[in-house]
Design a protein around this ligand. Structure first.
Ligand SMILES: Cc1cc2nc3c(=O)[nH]c(=O)nc-3n(C[C@H](O)[C@H](O)[C@H](O)COP(=O)(O)OP(=O)(O)OC[C@H]3O[C@@H](n4cnc5c(N)ncnc54)[C@H](O)[C@@H]3O)c2cc1C
Length: 383
């Protein structure tokens, strides 16, 4: 058993750590969140470092990285905020889907823009009535031979309103088939007539922003179909393991940063003539949190390692996503308690961490859905 990183992996993590301190430290992420802006330089900066190409094979202009390198990167970006980590993974996961399922023409059209940071993706699976049961989605795409006509409504489409974004949208192409068998993936340009995007006001995650997308008689050319017609469920599942692994890395990073911030404060803040961190009730809480974070990190690295070996990792990915997201919530909750009134003031970074943490066990598959998946892998039928 080898718990060590290679020199290249250590260098990648250090470069990402430097990038975060230089370009998007947590206080800056908080300001962007409050202003609801994604600075162009952030996305471009990630591209300039070659990160969007990292998971692509070398022959497609990529860095040939595996889930292990990606999880290290997500962890470091997560130290800034979840939204910053999502800025990265929210684009390249659809990029990888395109690489796996797209036609040569689609790859030529979309991948160069992703690699140089001029174009990005958003993913639209969820709908107002299709959240955890996403296969129940109802947005229709009627086949007219050389084009589809889309009607319906998507919900929670993160980053859909940003410039240079293409929406990777799951739609129902065969309404009479069983729900998992009538779906397809199409690429939608938000500037197409009949597409309307409305920002959803939320507690946090304002940097990318999350949106409703309304579709009224939207014409999508057939060449925008990705993967087989009616084969969308398989396409969706093909990226799910990696998505969970990466999210778990981001949760580990942001939970660690949250604890580090609380720890630092607890060493400075004096009450009853001693640093508050030395009160056992707080020092034990922080010790417990470090154990939780290390457990989450090990689960995340294990899932990434399995993925990198090409081995099944759905159960391990669910475990890592569940543990990481809930650990972030616990770290932020304790962080608020340790900072006392200072945390409650909205100028504190901790208040930003706390707002943002709430969504971790919800988006990307709730904790209950991860537990269902883990229970199913244990031979239980969990509804
Ligand atoms: C900030 C944010 C960003 C998002 N970004 C995107 C995005 O970019 N693209 C996209 O497609 N979606 C996105 N989502 C949607 C996200 O994936 C869904 O919110 C999530 O899957 C849960 O769906 P829901 O919110 O409709 O909750 P529901 O599915 O209605 O769940 C409500 C509650 O019921 C529980 N529940 C539901 N089914 C079961 C079950 N079988 N067993 C036990 N408990 C159950 C849930 O765990 C939860 O506690 C985003 C959501 C948020 C909040």
């Amino acid at each position: 058993m080898d718990f060590d990183l290679t020199d290249e992996q250590r260098m990648l993590a250090q470069t990402a750590r430097d990038f975060v301190s230089r370009t998007c430290p947590p206080r800056m992420a908080k300001e962007w969140d409050e202003q609801g802006v994604l600075p162009k330089e952030l996305f471009r900066g990630m591209a300039d470092l070659g990160w969007f190409g990292l998971p692509l094979p070398e022959e497609s202009g990529g860095g040939g990285g595996t889930a292990l390198e990606l999880v290290l990167l997500a962890e470091e970006l997560g130290r800034a905020s979840l939204d910053i980590a999502m800025c990265y993974s929210g684009t390249f996961i659809p990029g990888l889907t395109l690489l796996k399922w797209g036609t040569p023409a689609q790859r030529d059209r979309y991948l160069p823009g992703m690699l140089d940071g001029t174009e990005r993706f958003a993913i639209a699976m969820s709908e107002p009535d299709a959240g955890s049961d996403v296969a129940a989605l109802r947005t229709t795409a009627v086949d007219h031979g050389d084009h589809f006509v889309l009607n319906g409504q998507k919900a929670w489409c993160t980053g859909a309103g940003l410039p240079g974004t293409t929406i990777a949208m799951y739609v129902r192409t065969n309404p009479s088939a069983p729900k998992h068998e009538g779906l397809s993936l199409v690429l939608v340009d938000p500037a197409t007539a009949g597409v309307e995007i409305r920002r959803t006001p939320t507690l946090a995650r304002h940097i990318l922003g999350t949106n409703e997308v309304f579709l009224h008689d939207v014409i999508v050319p057939r060449e925008n179909l990705v993967g087989p017609l009616h084969g969308g469920w398989k396409v969706m599942l093909s990226g799910l393991d990696l998505e969970r692994v990466l999210m778990s890395g981001a949760y580990v990073g942001v939970a660690q940063a949250t604890l580090d911030e609380a720890l630092e404060y607890s060493k400075q803040r004096q009450q009853f003539d001693r640093p508050i961190g030395n009160f056992q009730s707080l020092s034990h809480a922080m010790a417990d949190l470090q154990v939780e974070i290390d457990s989450a990190r090990l689960l995340s690295y294990r899932a990434a390692w399995l993925h990198a070996q090409g081995r099944p990792c759905s159960r391990e990915g669910s475990m890592a996503k569940l543990k990481g997201s809930e650990t972030y919530v616990a770290a932020a909750r304790w962080g608020m308690q340790i900072l006392g009134g200072h945390g409650f003031a909205t100028e504190s970074v901790m208040s930003f961490r706390w707002r943002e943490s709430i969504v971790a066990p919800i988006s990307g598959g709730t904790s209950q859905i991860q537990r269902n998946a883990i229970a199913r892998s244990m031979g239980l039928r969990s509804y």
